[in-house]
Write a protein that binds this ligand. Sequence first.
Ligand code: PLP
Length: 480
Amino acid sequence: MSDDQSIAGMSRSDFLAAARAHAEWIEHYFEDIRNCRVLPRTKPGDLRALLPSEAPETGEPIDRIFSDFQSKIVPASTLWNHPRFFGYYPISSAPPAILAEMLAATLNVNAMLWKTSPAATELEEVTLSWLRQWLALTDEYFGIVYDTASVSTFHALSAAREWADPTCRTKGMRPGLTIYLSEHTHSSAEKAAIALGFGQDYVRKIGTDSAFRMRPDLLQKAITEDLAAGLRPCAVVATVGTTSTASIDPVSAIADIAEKHNIWLHVDAAYGGSAAVVPEMRFVLDGAERAHSIVLNPHKWLYVPFDLSVFYTRYPDVLKRSSSLVADYLKTPEDADVVNYMDYGIQLGRRFRALKLWYVMRYYGRDGIVAFLRESLRLAQLVKTWVEEDPVFELCAPVLFSLVCFRHKSGNAFNERLLAEINATGQAFLSHTVLNGQYALRLVVGNMLTKEDDVRETWTLIRDISTRLTEEFAPTAAHV
Ligand code: PLP
């Protein structure tokens, strides 16, 4: 189909004009973003109703598709790349990485084998070694990129299973292998335990202290009881930056116990790990150098567009035993001399994700990244002081990173309503959690575009809405 005038059926001039128009739209999007709602007004089914239910028989001009993107898709999108997106853990799509994604789609390499993608394979090795240096981790750690932390943790537990039960590959897993999490470990660890066949009955949720950190004494107690009951402790997951409150489990004390019982220690630093790039925050990974594996998500807080999760392990041979199966058609003459990343995961085909990480690391350098991270940390401290100074609000957890967990003192129904009203304005987006039965709001600063005015105006919005709701919730004469 391709001739001098077209690329795969798209005329070169159309391609160039559309590429320019798309780039201009992206530039304008960032310019205008504060005029856009963070949360759309969309109701379930709204977008589907706007789109034809029948698949297209004939092609359409790119302008028409692009126009529908602008008028239908964008207004139905929750804008995660918005400076006032403060919910869950905010993410950022740095402009250089947007360009890198275009290039990755253009090359469209499949990074399954070194042979099928020498550059993608070696760039993954190089960028993950650079990141290791930024994190001050030793070069004992082998790195691989997966899509998400959920998948990274799945591979951690898969390697742990192989470590504890080397015959599971051929015979299947023997019952009784037990996993230790805390009440605050991300649900992805338990999901991995289900999918890998450990079974939920063999997942222990260890209690936490008043700052939501796993209690090592309770971990030791659970392991002792399980050993006495004939079970086989297999892995423990410690978290640096838990999902609800960003608490940090006592990794060194947990490592002592893991080493004593020869069980796999996986550190989930999906969010918090990025902070360790900042020299004065490196302490958050103290003890993590003793972990068998670590996950951190550059797509969470290192400004790389979704998705890119980094998994490090000191035991790549164990990971490989748990994941590798090389069919004849996948063998290459270079196999003995290279890393074939397909050997270290359940998927064969792999995207060229390292390219966007390389663009971000080179474009900003460590100094630039540290400046962005420090600004998020500073703004979170600012929000923390506003909460502390306001008599109707209270903090629900220590502010260690860029997450402020707080609540209005008026009870769960009030806080639930407060969050719904804030988000309904479209001016900012926060999320929630429940701590010891109390509904709490989470405000996390993490998007690269966020400025002090964004958090200041959001705090004013929160206060204004809470004042209005206080009147509404106040007992009326009829109730008194
Ligand atoms: N671990 C922690 C601590 C998280 O907060 C999250 C998500 O927010 C995850 C894991 C899962 O991340 P992903 O969406 O990359 O699977």
